[in-house]
Ligand binder design. Structure first.
Ligand SMILES: CC(=O)N[C@@H](CC(=O)O)C(=O)O
Ligand SMILES: [Zn+2]
Length: 313
C-alpha cells in the first residue's frame, strides 16, 4: 500500500439544491426556503445554480411531519422504481418527482449537492449530517464550515450504519448534506435557531464557490459522531412507554454517557441506568418525531476522519 497522500478531485459543483419542508412542521427550513424562493440574492454564488425547493408541500400546508409516510425514508430503490402512479402514498409519488428533478439518484445527471434543512426538538445545537465517511468533498466542506463559524460550533453526525441508515431526500445528490438545528418545537420558529441555520448555509455555499474557483483545500481531519445504536423507551407488554428520559440525560445531547449513568426515569420514580460497555455520545435525545420510530435517542461514538486534499478536476 502506498502511503503518500493524494488529492481528491471532483468536477465543479454547478447544480446545488436547498431542500426545506422535507418535514412540514420543521419551520426554519420551510421559512428560509420560502424566503429564498421569493428573493435569492442571499444564496446566489458565482458559477452555481442554487435552487431552493419545498420537498413536501402538502405536509407544509398541514404543518405536519408527513401526510402518508415519512418522505425522508422514502428514497429507496423500490419506491423510486415502482409503477402505479395513482394508488401510491403521497410521499412515494413525491419522492419519484423529486428524483426526476434532482436525480436520478446514483446517476451522473444527479445534482451535485443537496442541503436538506431540518429542525429537531432535541438540544443538539447545529448538526451537519453525513451519509458517507468516504466523501472527501463533504468532509472538506464540514471542515470549512466549522472553521468559518468558530467560536460557535457545529458537530458532524455520520450515519452510515448498515441497519439504521435510511433513504433520505438528499440522498438523490452526489454529495448529500443534512442540516439539523435545535432545539425547536414542531410548528414553531425560534429566531436563534433560524439564524444559526442561515449562517451554516452561507458558509456551505461559500465553500462551493471557493471550490469552483479552483481553491486547493489541504488535507485535514474532521471529528465525527458515528451512529452506533438506537435506544427505545422502556415499554410494557402492550408496547406502552413506561419511562421518560432521565432528567440527568434530558438536553444533554453530545455529552458522554457512561455505563451506569442514569438514562430513564419510570413514572413511579425508579432510575434505569445505561448498561453499555463503554462511553457513548447520545444525540436526538427525546426527539418528538421519534416516538413513532421507537427511538428515545441514538448513541454515537467519536471518531476522527482524515480528509484528503481537495481540488476541482
Ligand atoms: C428530527 C428529524 O426529522 N431528523 C431527520 C434526520 C435526518 O435528516 O437524517 C430525520 O429523521 O429524517
Ligand atoms: Zn426533519
Amino acid at each position: 500500500m502506498s502511503s503518500h497522500s493524494s488529492t481528491a478531485r471532483f468536477a465543479e459543483a454547478r447544480r446545488v439544491a436547498i431542500f426545506g419542508g422535507t418535514h412540514g412542521n420543521e419551520m426554519s427550513g420551510v421559512t428560509l426556503v420560502n424566503l429564498w424562493m421569493k428573493n435569492s440574492t442571499e444564496i446566489r454564488r458565482k458559477g452555481v445554480e442554487v435552487k431552493p425547493f419545498i420537498t413536501n408541500p402538502k405536509a407544509v400546508e398541514k404543518c405536519t411531519r408527513y401526510v402518508d409516510t415519512d418522505l425522508n425514508r422514502a428514497f429507496t430503490p423500490e419506491n423510486l422504481s415502482t409503477m402505479g402512479e395513482h394508488d401510491l402514498p403521497y410521499e412515494v409519488h413525491r419522492a419519484q418527482e423529486i428524483n426526476k428533478i434532482f436525480g436520478p439518484k446514483g446517476s451522473p445527471e444527479a445534482y451535485d449537492v443537496i442541503f436538506d434543512l431540518h429542525n429537531t426538538t432535541s438540544n443538539m445545537g447545529c448538526t451537519l449530517i453525513l451519509e458517507s465517511s468516504k466523501d472527501h468533498f463533504n468532509l472538506q466542506m464540514m471542515n470549512h464550515i466549522q472553521k468559518a463559524i468558530a467560536p460557535a460550533s457545529c458537530l458532524v453526525l455520520l450515519n452510515e450504519h448498515p441497519l439504521l441508515k435510511y433513504s433520505t431526500s438528499r440522498s438523490v445528490a452526489k454529495h448529500p448534506v443534512g442540516l439539523e438545528v435545535g432545539p425547536q418545537p414542531q410548528g414553531v420558529l425560534r429566531s436563534n435557531i433560524f439564524e444559526a441555520m442561515r449562517v451554516i448555509l452561507k458558509h456551505a455555499l461559500d465553500f462551493i464557490e471557493l471550490f469552483n474557483e479552483g481553491m486547493e483545500f489541504p488535507p485535514c481531519t474532521v471529528e465525527v459522531f458515528r451512529v452506533s445504536e438506537r435506544v427505545d423507551y422502556p415499554r410494557d407488554a402492550n408496547g406502552n412507554i413506561i419511562a421518560m428520559v432521565h432528567p440527568n440525560l434530558q438536553d444533554c445531547d453530545w455529552e458522554p454517557l457512561n455505563p451506569g449513568d442514569p438514562m430513564f426515569q419510570t413514572f413511579d420514580g425508579k432510575t434505569i441506568h445505561y448498561q453499555g460497555s463503554g462511553t457513548v455520545y447520545p444525540t436526538f435525545i427525546n426527539e418528538a418525531a421519534y416516538y413513532e420510530k421507537q427511538q428515545a435517542f441514538v448513541t454515537t461514538r467519536r471518531e476522527t476522519l482524515v480528509a484528503s486534499a481537495l481540488r476541482k478536476a
